[in-house]
Design a protein around this ligand. Structure first.
Ligand code: TPP
Length: 662
């Protein structure tokens, strides 16, 4: 038997001392989760469920000191937290049963709950930065509310928690980390996985530290109130570590712990001890709860199953009507692209008080690695902030800000580093709206420079957008030299509902916006929100469609005149700004006329944008010949090699010649 089991049994506190509200909540959680296990045994539930039997008092104690408006972020073992805060057992049960009446319409299920400022997710550690962002949103709104985030001790192997704690302390934000230390992570004893202690880790960040346990629940309630009181009054983060024990298996039946150890904790469990005392009022309360749950179950069984609701920005749901307009002359003159972005940010920051920007080195005169944010931090104090070097947390904090009602723009210094934030995009920002049954939206703008031709080498030059295309719920935009970035950012800030990734190719920053058409060509912009560019020969029908985007637009456009000079070849250029969800219509319309298409990408060709376009074209009834240009390699630092590797004038013209003669 492990040393954990040898702790002496505490004396049970009487039901009266425990207080009717907290006792009701603890007992509700106990009976609710026992019911879940019964339903599983009867084959009435699918998937899995992580019960918190034995740990009920931690959620109850924290909820007791919460105030309306506090935001709660929970984890895979979150039923108890939810019931402690909201007591809505029927809608929770319906959610776990996959019913349309569930908290999230039955889409999220047991681990993915959302209701009145309560959010849970099954990705361990992943909610920490959202809690930090939400705490900053509370601070910005001056509402005196705080954010609370629950993690198990096993989650303390996840780096995102430390990135988040660091930011919370540096920015002095009201976040309470509640760590339920039950000693196990699934089947693993946490003594195997946690070096040092949680307390020492909290201390290392300068976090205030509080401790309690679920066997002395009255003390725990006081300790939780003290911790929450501190976070609220000081407006500063803290950790509350709660020692506890999970009485049931990790999920339904997977328990490898010593049965004698479990039994010893069962015997000292406060709810078991109280029930054993046989107090009449407690027995009555217990039977009331059981009856409530039985009635709720009947209603849940009768409810309709979850209906899948397509996301509003699914590609299939978008209109494919394409209104072509002649590009208007602008007054932007020779101003650099980076200045155009900056000027629009000034306008937007002045107009929208809830607009905030975070990123690495974006403050002051430094103003970001590519100087886009310039003096914004001086102009709008407190709303433009340098972050630690923590890409995952930067995106996660942005997500929390968006949930908290702000309009966040986050900058990732080089697009290459976005891989570090992949989880925060895929499993959090982009998933929340759907998995929470449409209850929330995450209007988060992630900006990042990508691309080569600057000699920055293998980790600062890539175009890695293909890894992000196709994330449901993520709009991916690639700015280009023909589209004014001001209109893109204005539309995003004013209308965005879903996370958007905006790729700013590095070579763009130094260029002016192109407003004059190439000789013999017309330039059109589609009527879409994020317009597609079309460059068409003035009078003669084009022979080949060339599709490209982002930094390739300028290079490919310059090839049009050369192609005519060298081969008397006329091409039509189609350059989408919105890569995902993709509107195929402008491309399909052109390929239908030319029957030939070349797709040029400054990125990999395998499983990428070009391959997707071709797959979608094949699914139409258009007959065509096709080629792709890109590179399936890492980018060398050598300038000469880099230029050979990336699609260039030579390789574009060569491929066009081959396609022309096919
Ligand atoms: C990022 C991530 N890795 C792994 C898992 C699988 N998993 C779910 S729960 C769990 C153990 C979690 O232990 P702990 O954080 O201590 O919480 P407890 O289950 O003890 O409440 C694991 C490994 C996951 N859900 N998310």
């Amino acid at each position: 038997m492990s040393a954990r089991a040898q702790a002496s049994s505490p004396k049970p506190e009487s039901p009266v001392q425990s207080g009717p509200v907290v006792l009701r909540r603890a007992l509700l959680i106990r009976r609710f989760e026992e019911l879940l296990l019964e339903l599983f045994a009867q084959g009435k539930l699918n998937g899995t469920v992580h019960t918190c039997l034995g740990q009920e008092w931690s959620g109850v104690a924290v909820a007791q000191a919460a105030q309306p408006g506090d935001t709660v972020f929970s984890n895979h073992r979150g039923h108890g937290h939810y019931l402690a805060f909201h007591e809505n057992a029927e809608d929770l049960l319906a959610e776990i049963m996959g019913k349309s009446t569930g908290l999230c319409g039955g889409f999220g299920g047991s681990q993915h709950l959302c209701d009145r400022g309560f959010y849970s997710n099954g990705i361990l550690g992943g909610m920490s930065p959202s809690a930090v962002g939400s705490a900053w949103a509370h601070r910005l709104k001056t509402d005196k509310n705080i954010s609370i985030v629950f993690h198990g001790d096993g989650a303390f192997g996840e780096g995102i928690i430390y990135e988040s704690m660091n930011i919370a302390v540096c920015w002095n934000l009201p976040v309470l980390w509640v760590i339920e230390r039950n000693g196990y992570a699934q089947s693993t004893d946490c003594r195997q996985t946690i070096a040092g202690s949680i307390e020492a880790r909290a201390m290392a960040f300068g976090l205030r530290y509080f401790r309690g346990d679920t066997w002395h629940h009255r003390d725990l309630i006081e300790k939780a109130a003290e911790a929450m009181g501190y976070v609220r009054a000081a407006g500063a983060p803290a950790v509350l570590e709660i020692e506890t024990y999970r009485l049931a298996a990790h999920s339904k039946g997977d328990d490898n712990r010593d049965p004698r150890e479990i039994e010893s904790f069962r015997k000292k469990d406060p709810l078991n001890l109280l029930l054993e005392q046989g107090d009449a009022s407690l027995i009555r309360l217990d039977s009331e709860i059981k009856q409530e749950l039985a009635k709720a179950l009947l209603r849940c069984e009768a409810a309709l199953p979850c209906e899948f609701r397509p996301k509003p920005n699914d590609a299939g749901a978008r209109s494919i009507v394409w209104t072509i307009i002649r590009q208007e002359a602008t007054t932007k003159g020779e101003e650099r692209y980076s200045a155009l972005i900056y000027r629009e940010f000034v306008a937007l920051f002045s107009r929208y008080q809830d607009l905030v920007m975070i990123g690495e080195d974006i403050e002051g005169h430094y103003g970001g690695a590519f100087k886009v944010s310039r003096d914004l931090s001086q102009r709008y104090p407190g709303r433009v902030r340098n972050t630690p070097i923590s890409e995952a947390a930067i995106v996660g904090v942005g997500t929390g800000l968006a949930l908290g009602g702000q309009r966040p723009i986050v900058e990732i210094m080089f697009g290459d580093f976005l891989s570090l934030a992949f989880d925060q995009l895929l499993q959090h920002a982009c998933k929340f709206e759907t998995m929470y049954g449409g209850k929330v939206s995450v209007p988060l703008i992630v900006r990042t420079p990508m691309g080569g031709r600057r000699g920055y080498g293998p980790t600062h030059s890539q175009c890695i957008e293909s890894h992000f295309l196709g994330i449901p719920g993520l709009t991916v935009l690639a700015l280009n030299v023909r589209v004014d970035p001001a209109r893109i950012y204005r539309d995003l800030v004013e209308k965005i509902r879903h996370p958007a990734l905006v790729i700013e190719n590095k070579i763009l920053y130094t260029r002016p916006l192109r407003t004059k058409p190439p000789q013999g060509y017309n330039v059109f912009l589609s009527g879409e929100e994020f317009p597609c560019v079309r460059v068409s020969p003035e009078s003669i029908a084009p022979q080949i469609t060339v599709v490209c985007y982002g930094g390739m637009v300028e290079i490919v456009e310059d090839c049009l005149l050369k192609a005519f000079e060298e081969m008397e070849l006329l091409c039509e250029l189609i350059c989408p700004t919105q890569l995902a969800p993709l509107n195929l219509a402008p491309i399909a319309e052109s390929v239908r006329r030319t029957g030939k298409v070349l797709i040029v990408e400054e990125g990999k060709t395998f499983a990428a944008f070009g391959g997707e376009v071709l797959a979608q074209l094949i699914e139409t009834n258009i007959v065509f010949k096709a080629r792709r240009l890109g590179y399936d390699h890492y980018i060398p630092a050598s300038f000469v090699l880099e230029n050979q590797l990336l699609p260039n004038e030579q390789s574009i013209l060569k491929t066009l010649r081959e396609l022309l003669h096919e």
